[in-house]
Design a protein around this ligand. Sequence first.
Ligand SMILES: Nc1ncnc2c1ncn2[C@@H]1O[C@H](COP(=O)(O)OP(=O)(O)OP(=O)(O)O)[C@@H](O)[C@H]1O
Ligand SMILES: [Mg+2]
Length: 306
Amino acid sequence: MLNDTPIRISSLVKDYGSLRAVSDVSFHLERGEIFGLLGPNGAGKTSIISTLVTLEAPTSGTVEIFGVDVTKNPKVTKSLTGFVPQELIHHGYFDVREILEFHSGYFGRRRNGDRIDYLLDRLSLAEHAHKKVKQLSGGMKRRLLIAKALVHEPKLLLLDEPTAGVDIELRSSLWKFVAELKGEGMSILLTTHYIQEAEELCDRVGILQGGQLKTIGRTRELIKGLTTREVALTLKPGASTIEHRCLIKVRDLPEGQGREMILRIPAQREVGELLSELNMDIAMIKDISVREGNLEDALRRVLEGV
Ligand SMILES: Nc1ncnc2c1ncn2[C@@H]1O[C@H](COP(=O)(O)OP(=O)(O)OP(=O)(O)O)[C@@H](O)[C@H]1O
Ligand SMILES: [Mg+2]
């Protein structure tokens, strides 16, 4: 019997010999959300995904997909899951359509032509359908992997670095496609080193480091809780600088254009409040700009502890 939780990982440990790649990690995915697993190279992201798709067995702990233990019933969990691996495939001998047909057959979908046509079209692969894999570019191979993961209409999609080596235009169209899949009700777990894109796309993120889950939460809330806002005030020539505990830098602008004061305030603090505290002559302010904290700042804060 399936439940409503696409992924539930409980106290997962994964060792490779004496190396602990995943250390007591627990989290779950909510239905219909996009969850980003972030962290530096070697943090353990792929190792977690490998246990979800039974490429690796957990050393201890449990991994469930829609309530089914992947080690006890891999056939069921595989049929519920689409998986795009980080490494590119090399079935050089077959063409794109054949690969999608074989893969459909593997899931017992012999007459899957409509679904295959739909995916070829959505992933801009239709004109390459009869090319052998070895004739495809890296970005096309990546799209083929995504099509392959979706032929059997899974309810859960695992994307391990789906846009690595993909050009900027294709990257944005792939992310748009992922957002549309979410709109169709799919639950998605992804890893990426493109943090700005994760910020736009992910409802929640988990930050891994050295195999440990350091932080997990709603993307907006993590950014708010972990970052600051930087307010730059450009002052007219002759204006004097005001002392304030939030002031982090003052610099003279070239050619007598005045000076700039940089202040750092908590993410939830308003600029208006800061200005009234500064109690300065507003006529002396030439310009104000605010740089909001982002997910990259939050990530750096967690990873570097600064
Ligand atoms: N099959 C394996 N055998 C031995 N060690 C492995 C194996 N797979 C991964 N490791 C090690 O486990 C650790 C975690 O690797 P993993 O691939 O899970 O990291 P990752 O977060 O996916 O990194 P990346 O961002 O580079 O993809 C690393 O130290 C890696 O060298
Ligand atoms: Mg990886």
